[in-house]
Design a protein around this ligand. Structure first.
Ligand code: UT7
Length: 315
C-alpha cells in the first residue's frame, strides 16, 4: 500500500509542566530532564470521537478520496467512554463512512499493528483503500495524583489514508506478554450471579522495566526488519519512533548509530499520546514538507502488553 493522506487533531487545552507543579509534588526540571516533555494537549470539553473525526477528515481531504472510496476503516484505541460499539463505528457515523470497520487495542504500537493489518488485507486482494485512525485520551486513564504517570501523557488523534502500491516494504510485530508492566482496570456491572464489583485502578506502570523493554524491542525490531527486507539503516531517511520519552529516543539513536536529525521529535509539546503518537508525528512532518518521493521511513513503537512493532515504507 502507499500513504496518500495524513491528518491529526489535538485538544485545545495545553497543560505545561509548571501548571502540573501547582498541584503535584513535581517540577518542570524533573519532568523535562527525565522525559523531554514541556507541555501536552489535554482533553477538556472535546469528545474523543470529534478529535478522531477531525483527523480522519483532514487525511481524507489530503488524499483526494471521499468516504465512499474507503474499503476498510481500522481504529486503534486503548479506552474511550464507550465499551461498545467500537470507536470506529462512532467516528464513522460522524464522518459518513459505511465500509467494514473494527477497533484494535494494541496500546502504543497500535499504528504499526494497523499498518500490518491494512497491508495484509490489501495483499489478500480484499481492499484497495484503507483508512487508519489512532485516537487516544491517555490523560483519562491516569490518576492525576500520581506524579509518576500523569505527567507523561497527552491526548490526540492521527489518521492516514492508504491506497494501492508496493510502498510498504515490511512490518514486524513482537510480543513479550507481561500485563503487570503497564495496566489499568475498569469495573463491569454486577450480574445476578456475580455481585463482587471489581476495583477500578488507574494506569500503573513499572517505568524502568518498560524503559528497558522499549529500547531493546525497538532496536532489535528495527534491525531484524531492515535485515529481513534488505534495507541498510544508512538508507533510512526517517526513523519515526513512538514518542514516549526523549531519553528512550536518545538511547535508540545512540544504540542504532543513526544521526539524531533523522529521528523527528515532537514529545516536547505533546507528551506520550499512545498509538496516536506516530501518525501525529507523521502528519506534522508531512505538513512541514519534510518528505520527498522515495524517502524510506521506519516506524517503531512499543508499549503495554508488552507489545512492539516496526514497519518500513517508501514515501
Ligand atoms: O508508551 C508507554 C510506554 N511507557 C514508557 O515508555 C515509559 C518508560 N519509562 C520512563 O519513561 C521512565 O522510567 C519514567 C519517566 C517513567 C521515570 O523515570 P525514571 O528515571 O525511571 O524514574 P523512577 O521511576 O526510577 O523514579 C525516580 C525518582 C523516584 O523518587 P525516589 O524513589 O528516587 O525518591 C520517584 O518517586 O523520581 C521520583 N518521581 C518524580 N519526581 C518528581 C517520579 N515521578 C516524578 C515526578 N516528579 N513527576
Amino acid at each position: 500500500m502507499r500513504i496518500i493522506g495524513t491528518g491529526s487533531a489535538l485538544p485545545k487545552k495545553v497543560v505545561t509542566n509548571d501548571m502540573i507543579a501547582e498541584f503535584l509534588n513535581t517540577s518542570d526540571e524533573w519532568i523535562s530532564t527525565r522525559t523531554g516533555i514541556k507541555s501536552r494537549h489535554v482533553i477538556t470539553d472535546e469528545k474523543l470521537q470529534d478529535l478522531g473525526a477531525e483527523a480522519v477528515m483532514k487525511a481524507l481531504e489530503m488524499s483526494g478520496l471521499s468516504v465512499a472510496d474507503i474499503d476498510l476503516f481500522i481504529v486503534s484505541n486503548v479506552v474511550s467512554e464507550y465499551g461498545t460499539p467500537g470507536l470506529s463505528c462512532i467516528v464513522a457515523q460522524k464522518v459518513g463512512l459505511s465500509c467494514p470497520m473494527f477497533d484494535i487495542n494494541c496500546a502504543c504500537p497500535g499504528f504499526v499493528y494497523a499498518l500490518d493489518m491494512a497491508e495484509a488485507y490489501y495483499k489478500a486482494g480484499k481492499v484497495k483503500n484503507v483508512l487508519i485512525a489512532c485516537i487516544e485520551e491517555p490523560t483519562r486513564m491516569v490518576n492525576w495524583e500520581d506524579r509518576s504517570t500523569c505527567v507523561l501523557f497527552g491526548d490526540g488523534a492521527g489518521a492516514v489514508v492508504l491506497t494501492e502500491g508496493d510502498n510498504v516494504k515490511g512490518t514486524k510485530l513482537h510480543s513479550e506478554p507481561d500485563f503487570d508492566k503497564i495496566w489499568m482496570t475498569r469495573s463491569l456491572t454486577e450480574s445476578r450471579y456475580l455481585q463482587t464489583k471489581e476495583e477500578e485502578v488507574a494506569l500503573q506502570m513499572k517505568g524502568r522495566e518498560v524503559f528497558r523493554f522499549a529500547v531493546n524491542a525497538c532496536t532489535n525490531g528495527v534491525k531484524d526488519l531492515l535485515d529481513e527486507v534488505g534495507i541498510k539503516k544508512e538508507d533510512v531517511t526517517w526513523f519515526m519512533v513512538h514518542q514516549a520519552n526523549k531519553r528512550i529516543l536518545d538511547a535508540i539513536i545512540d544504540y542504532m548509530g543513526v544521526p539524531a536529525e533523522r529521528c523527528p521529535v515532537n514529545i516536547y509539546d505533546h507528551g506520550n499520546s499512545s498509538s496516536a503518537s506516530c501518525p501525529i508525528l507523521l502528519d506534522e512532518c508531512n505538513r512541514k514538507g519534510m518528505f520527498k518521493k522515495g524517502d524510506i521511513i521506519v516506524f517503531s513503537a512499543f508499549g503495554a502488553g508488552l507489545l512492539s512493532g516496526a514497519a518500513v515504507l517508501e514515501w
